[in-house]
Design a protein around this ligand. Structure first.
Ligand SMILES: Cc1cc2nc3c(=O)[nH]c(=O)nc-3n(C[C@H](O)[C@H](O)[C@H](O)COP(=O)(O)O)c2cc1C
Length: 424
């Protein structure tokens, strides 16, 4: 008999509302015994701090059908019009939280939305495990009604498996996204992400199968090829296959280290000129001046930010870390907000929308990196903490505040926080 857990207030634990398929016997999906499990693998529980009354929430209604005959999706002109109509319908978001495994989960997305993110991607979800394993779904994908526009990202190499997974999330999102950019070893082994760039017919079939069968549009996130003409041909192929929104990370598959390699905005600009669907630019976004420069330079319809948002989730509201305080000869002012305060806000969101402790631990390190550099002994204490609790983490923030001179975030008084439309 399947167990139906009561969802937390306002939280859609989607996977428990949908039928499950048999669990694969793949070793990577073996369920750990309780003794093997590190406490960080467990979900944080609001009962560690306060009680919350679980309220049953009905699932959101399925999306409105966009076409009576899905085959029409392959009709070129109509598909482009539909891509733009959908983009307008969701408000043409310009400032978007990039997909980040273990880092762009619901509470983090909600924090970034509070501070100016107009849309967000989920972390990459593994399509096969997602479609087969209820536990994976319930831990790795949670959402709520305020968590929109939402792009749910999958990695995949089998069109039917991807479609199975996508069908489970389509009532809860605005795009189903395909990860075509992951350059990590695990993606090479699993033959997905950027390694599918060696097999474009597979990519075409993944996109086509979703475009023809889903009600929500399909988006793709790609890396660039070393040669411009290959990237342009790739982008056009994706558009023709039914992709409605294309995010271009301006680095090649081999340029893994974002700190060493600047993203190439020229290539993004060329892609934007070559295709007719909305295009998002990814790479080199560290503060709001970068957002505007990127939109101006590339003509893209929005930008994604990843690594900088982890240190500064208030980036899209115009706040910047000390590293980027000075720009265009102008100094920014202490704005009264700091990363410790953002961490407390994040922890409160985790009490409402529980996530595994390992994710919280990761955000604590990223948010408080500057503070820990001054007080490494507190980082050591955190690392030594086998089982985290909210109480301990709030106490740690208080101790840091007592010991540390405040490390503020800065705000440019003249910053163009209202992003001008790049047009299309
Ligand atoms: C911690 C972390 C996890 C990431 N996970 C994903 C992912 O799940 N899917 C994806 O397409 N890209 C992922 N990326 C890549 C980012 O989405 C983004 O393309 C890349 O970091 C470049 O953007 P940036 O220069 O703003 O950091 C991840 C990046 C980071 C830092």
């Amino acid at each position: 008999m399947r167990m139906r857990l009561p969802p937390r207030k306002g939280l859609t634990r989607l996977p428990l509302l949908i039928p499950s398929r048999p669990v694969s016997s793949s070793p990577s999906m073996a369920v750990q015994s309780e003794e093997d499990r590190h406490p960080d693998d467990g979900l944080c529980s609001p009962s560690d701090r306060c009680s919350s009354s679980p309220a049953d929430q009905p699932p959101p209604p399925p999306p409105e059908p966009l076409s009576a005959s899905p085959g029409r999706l392959l009709d070129g002109e109509w598909r482009i019009e539909r891509a733009w109509a959908h983009w307008r319908k969701i408000g043409e978001p310009k400032t978007i939280v990039a997909p980040m495994v273990d880092n762009s989960e619901l509470p983090f997305r909600m924090l970034c939305r509070k501070y100016g993110a107009a849309a967000a991607y989920t972390p990459m979800l593994h399509s096969r495990i997602f479609s087969e394993n209820e536990k994976y779904r319930s831990v790795e994908f949670t959402t709520c009604k305020e968590d929109r526009p939402l792009f749910v990202q999958f990695c995949a190499n089998d069109p039917d498996v991807l479609l199975d997974a996508a069908r489970l999330v389509e009532p809860y999102c605005d795009y189903v996204d395909i990860n075509l950019g992951c350059p990590q070893r695990i993606a090479r082994r699993g033959n997905y992400g950027a390694f599918l760039m060696d097999n474009l017919p597979v990519i075409r079939s993944l996109v086509q199968n979703l475009a023809v069968n889903l009600h929500v549009p399909v988006s793709c996130k790609i890396r660039i090829f070393p040669r411009l003409q290959d990237t342009i041909a790739y982008a056009k192929m994706l558009e023709e296959a039914g992709c409605s929104l294309l995010a271009v990370h301006g680095r090649t598959r081999d340029e893994k280290d974002g700190k060493k390699h600047r993203a190439d905005w020229e290539v993004i600009k060329a892609v934007k000129r070559a295709v007719r669907i909305p295009v998002l630019a990814n790479g080199n976004i560290r503060h709001m001046d970068d957002v505007q420069s990127c939109l101006d330079h590339t003509g893209a319809d929005g930008v994604l930010s990843a690594e900088t948002l982890l240190e500064n989730p208030a980036l899209f509201a115009g706040f910047r870390t000390a590293e980027w305080r000075e720009g265009d000869g102008e100094m920014s002012q202490d704005c009264g907000l700091d990363q410790a305060e953002l961490l407390v806000e994040y922890l409160k969101l985790c009490e409402i929308y529980p996530v595994p402790w390992r994710i919280i631990r990761s955000h604590v390190h990223k948010l408080l990196g500057d503070w820990f550099r001054i007080h490494p002994e507190i980082r050591e204490e955190l690392n030594a903490q086998w089982k985290l609790t909210f109480e301990w983490l709030y106490g740690m923030v208080d101790r840091l505040r007592e010991k540390c001179e405040r490390i503020p975030l800065y705000e440019r008084t003249s910053s163009r926080i209202v992003i001008e439309s790049s047009g299309n």
